[in-house]
Design a protein around this ligand. Sequence first.
Ligand SMILES: [Zn+2]
Ligand SMILES: [Zn+2]
Ligand SMILES: [Zn+2]
Length: 371
Amino acid sequence: MTRKTLGYVKLIWHCPNCGSRNPGPQKICSNCGTPQPDNVKFEQLPQAELITDAAEIAQAKAGPDVHCYYCGSRNPATAKVCSQCGADLTQATARESGQILGTLQSGPAQPIECPACGTPNDPNAAKCIQCGAALTEPQPAAPLPVAAPAPAQKGQFPLFAIIIGVAMLALIGGCIFFLVLSTRTTDLTGQVESVAWTRRVLVQELVPISGQDWRDQLPPGAVVGSCSERQRGSERQDTGQTREVCGTPYTVDTGSGFGEVRQDCETEPIYEESPVYADYCSFTATVWQTVPGPTLTGTDLNAAWPQANLLGPNQREAGREESYEVVFKTDGKAYTYSTTDFNEFQQFQIGSRWTLKVNSFDVVTSVEPPQ
Ligand SMILES: [Zn+2]
Ligand SMILES: [Zn+2]
Ligand SMILES: [Zn+2]
């Protein structure tokens, strides 16, 4: 991060005795003659402009003014002896400096109304142009120290976090509720009423296909036809160049009655989207495709596999599937239990009695021999 000084602005202070607004560099209230005490802080003008006067800029850069240890008078940083009492200023206390006074008030501000005659005055004026009364406005907006470069909106975070938190809790609660309902079971006694089985051989067949695709996506063994270059996507590239991104200018108290206008900037790399090209090709190929294979079903416990009946080397077996169902009859209600375990299936003789574990969704989760 680089910190830049954009220039300097005149500040103001308010007289603690009469409330008048005084220009920052002025050390004594122009209305009542009270010297500015060291605890009366500088504030921004409602409508700040960078100063151009060389002498004022030099004053702004000289460092914080000092307060005489003997009489308390404010003196410039460069002074050797107090202008009020002549005391040596090597022991003097420097005014506080470096505080951020807020973002630079560079926009046009509201006119300030004279408390004595009601005349609207220039927002930066110290005295009424009509009657000469001191302008003692209640200070509008800003002099609170604002977090300078990018004020973080901390206030919004907790509400956002609470909403997310509540949503997460609801989700976790829902999952636990579902888990409890599906694992909590009731024991029922059931009698096997009927059984059924299905067995299937999966068959794949070599079939010719043709189409178009990216060269690196073609099926293995494909015969490539014509290809052309096409844009496939884009890529973010570092151009090697940079740009500067700067925050809002803000004013810092220099302790001299002038504010330093600063701006914090970051250097960012500049990226560029550039298209990525690749070969798009037409092709022909032969690929394995799954075709409906032979299926056998039955309603007894003697399940058997169907014949695959492969037609030469262009067909192959690609696996087997089996599923079994048992219908149990309980007190007035029938439950269907499904399994893929043939050994388990074979135990369910028609008319035999078993203990069924049924969960809250009325699903049989397991079947055990009767106790
Ligand atoms: Zn005063
Ligand atoms: Zn003094
Ligand atoms: Zn007036």
